[in-house]
Design a protein. Structure first.
Length: 230
């Protein structure tokens, strides 16, 4: 809801930033829920006594630290935007994968001639399959599998691409899924070797290196779990 003190038409929450003094004094926890925003209680409308308010959904014991939740984010997002990560304790941990990485894997690594690339990219964009691709401890998520599946469709099969919504484990492309994880792992290990060569390091470089190292372990686990689905 728009701040009543704003003379304009207001902005959507995802389109604006705000400076809230002292908010960064509150640390993050995945185990709390938070409501945040301008207090617009009816009894304050006449007095115009508005203020920014945080409400934590859980009780806080006296003299204990109060936490808020910055969002259920991956360690990569937490590190790049907030300067810390939760390590293995992050239940939202996943490794982002791009459509271009999958296409590069097929064309460069597997030497697959992907037909009608532009048409397939349009399908992905128009149906919200261009984002939220990732790798977790159980393997590639559904969206990443769907992208790989669409790229592998023959021209004659493209009209019935909607059938992918009936698929769960994508058994027909299982070998490609396994090979992609191996390909992704090789890339991570290469980056890790290059990072190990850096002599002058900062605190945040070391945190980034630890993050890549944890991603290597996640992909190794994903490969094991992917193999168990065969």
């Amino acid at each position: 809801q728009r701040d009543p003190r704003d003379p304009g038409s207001g902005e959507q929450g995802g389109d604006c930033l705000a400076l809230v003094p002292f908010l960064d004094l509150l640390n993050h926890s995945d185990n709390v829920t938070v409501e945040a925003g301008i207090n617009l209680d009816s009894d304050r409308l006449e007095s115009r006594d508005y203020f920014y308010e945080l409400k934590v959904g859980q009780s806080v014991n006296r003299y204990s630290e109060a936490f808020i939740c910055y969002g259920r984010h991956s360690n990569t997002k937490l590190l790049t935007e907030y300067g810390f990560s939760l390590g293995e304790n992050n239940n939202s941990e996943h490794i982002a994968v791009t459509v271009n990485t999958i296409l590069e894997f097929l064309q460069m690594k597997k030497k697959v001639r992907v037909s009608k690339v532009e048409e397939k990219l349009c399908i992905l964009k128009e149906n919200g399959l261009i984002s939220n691709l990732g790798i977790g401890r159980l393997g590639l998520n559904w969206t990443a599998k769907a992208v790989l599946y669409i790229f592998l469709l023959r021209p004659s099969e493209l009209k019935s691409w909607h059938s992918l919504y009936q698929l769960e484990n994508f058994s027909s492309i299982h070998s490609f899924l396994a090979d992609f994880l191996e390909y992704f792992l090789e890339g991570l290990q290469l980056h890790l070797r290059k990072m190990a060569e850096i002599i002058l390091r900062s605190k945040y470089f070391n945190l980034a290196e630890d993050l890549v190292r944890s991603h290597v372990e996640i992909v190794k686990l994903a490969i094991t779990n992917q193999g168990s689905e065969a």
